[in-house]
Ligand binder design. Structure first.
Ligand code: FAD
Length: 291
């Protein structure tokens, strides 16, 4: 099913999964089990990440196939870095043949461990170029959004201008980078609307599994940590069970507040862990809430 059609009818709950690492090559039973467990929350769609430069391409396609086999709607991520138009056409052709109708078009970053024989920005410099190339095909297209600015952007307004260009080129909804401060999300969403970006903006929520994991993510993404979360990270740094519980509460209350603030969708970065994600969904009361 096309996600733009779903979003015309209701607000969405969705999940992101990633292909297992190389060393688990060929064995997709773990991710299959995770996806089967996640069906309990009746997600509106499940997104499957894509290694920039096509590192895990076959597995990303196989996982999209598993999502379909479980009667869920897949959203396949696709990155531009290192890809020619021919490479991209091969992937979109494979996605079409599988029956995938939704693509998240991304620029990607140049992976530190990959060497490209030529310029990594062969045919596409920005995600917008990829969107323009795929738009004539029949996919429902989405793009990334950054409530706290993309690290390379000179100013947050630049990102919003880019969103507007993507929307005009065919993107019908956005998914945000993870954030922990809902006020920043609401401010960003209002700014987008004022700037004429009308497409739904789904909020990316990262569950807190371990203090160390969050510290690393914060360092990479540069996202803000509100005082309340900082206190949780300090208090339970050496107590994984208590951190998991407090972290689930934090994510659940973030979701509840976003939902009552009219968010068009909640997209949970599952890190391929189903039980805590299902717990967060249950605690948030989201599935009992009105659409
Ligand atoms: P772009 O939209 O191209 O933006 C990148 C930078 O260029 C920004 O600073 C922007 O302001 C600037 N810019 C854009 N267009 C123009 C223009 N026309 N002129 C001048 N400046 C411009 N990475 C992966 O490798 N695999 C994944 O599966 C993946 N999934 C993701 C899912 C989500 C929801 C998000 C938020 C990110 C994901 N990423 C993924 C990371 C993403 O690839 C990086 O954040 C990357 O640095 C930017 O991608 P983008 O699509 O936002 O790029």
């Amino acid at each position: 099913m096309r996600i733009d059609s779903i979003l015309r009818e209701r607000r969405t709950l969705s999940f992101e999964v990633f292909p297992p690492k190389q060393e688990h090559d060929g064995d997709l039973s773990g991710i299959r089990g995770t996806l089967a467990a996640l069906t309990a929350a009746s997600p509106d769609f499940v997104s499957v990440t894509y290694g920039a430069g096509g590192q895990n391409r076959p597995r990303a396609l196989e996982i999209a196939e598993i999502v379909l086999s479980l009667e869920m709607t897949p959203l396949s991520h696709l990155t531009a870095v290192g890809y020619t138009k021919e490479d991209t056409a091969r992937v979109t052709g494979a996605l079409s043949r599988l029956g995938v109708e939704n693509v998240l078009a991304l620029r990607g970053d140049v992976p530190a461990d990959m060497k490209f024989p030529q310029d990594p920005w062969v045919d596409f410099r920005y995600a917008l170029d990829l969107v323009k190339f795929i738009a004539p095909q029949r996919f429902c297209l989405s793009g990334a959004a950054y409530p706290e600015k993309h690290p390379e952007s000179p100013h947050p307004d630049r990102d919003v201008e880019v969103m507007s260009l993507k929307e005009r080129a065919g993107v019908s909804f956005f998914i945000t980078q993870l954030f922990f401060d809902n006020d920043l999300f609401f401010k960003f969403r209002d700014g987008c609307r004022e700037a004429g970006v009308h497409a739904p903006i789904l909020a990316g929520i990262m569950p807190i599994f371990k203090a160390q994991q969050i510290r690393r993510i914060v360092e990479i993404s540069g996202c803000s940590v509100p005082a309340k979360l900082e206190a949780i990270l300090d208090r339970y740094a050496d107590n994984d069970a208590a951190m998991k519980d407090a972290g689930s509460d934090y994510a659940a209350s973030q979701i509840t507040e976003l939902w009552s603030g009219g968010v068009e969708g909640v997209h949970i970065y599952t890190m391929n862990k189903s039980s805590q994600v299902l717990d967060i969904v249950a605690r948030s009361g989201l599935r009992e809430a009105k659409p």
